[in-house]
Unconditional design. Structure first.
Length: 158
């Protein structure tokens, strides 16, 4: 069975897009079909068929989701769809020097998805830009363990 994963990217400067592309390359093993899409213009309907999603989001301004992700986030808040057929993971990018809002873009998506019945697999990956590490390298090593957990949990659900 081929596992399908949709990576949704919320970004302002392109860093989250780079991270998503690196994750896609890491996961491209023939047993997984990965599709990466920027969140531009998306609404809650993107989750309507259910499935496995990876949210890759930076944090912007006062702990907000990036501009290209606002429409999707607001749509989830206003439409409040039942997402019980959705499983997801989160890669959250932030800067610990902004302690109160560290990685809030990804954390906000985690909170709303969970509230609407989606089930998160694994822990959120939090990347600190002030740590001096490359987010795409950290994400590439994190995602291997995450996708293994996804494979286990989707096999159990079948």
């Amino acid at each position: 069975m081929v596992l399908e994963l949709t990576i949704l990217v919320g970004t302002m400067t392109g860093t989250a897009q780079l991270v998503a592309q690196e994750v896609e390359l890491t996961l491209d093993d023939g047993e997984l079909r990965v599709r990466t899409q920027p969140m531009d213009g998306m609404d809650a309907g993107v989750f309507s068929g259910g499935g496995l999603f990876l949210i890759c989001s930076s944090t912007y301004g006062q702990g907000d989701v990036p501009d290209n992700a606002k429409h999707l986030y607001e749509s989830l808040q206003s439409k409040r769809p039942d997402l019980s057929n959705v499983q997801y993971g989160v890669i959250a990018l932030g800067d610990r020097t902004y302690a109160e809002t560290f990685c809030n873009g990804g954390k906000r998506f985690d909170a709303i998805l969970s509230e609407l019945g989606a089930r998160r697999i694994g822990e959120i990956m939090l990347h600190d830009a002030s740590a001096g590490t490359m987010p795409e390298e950290i994400a590439a090593s994190w995602v291997s363990g995450w996708i293994s957990q996804c494979r286990k949990e989707t096999r159990l659900a079948v």
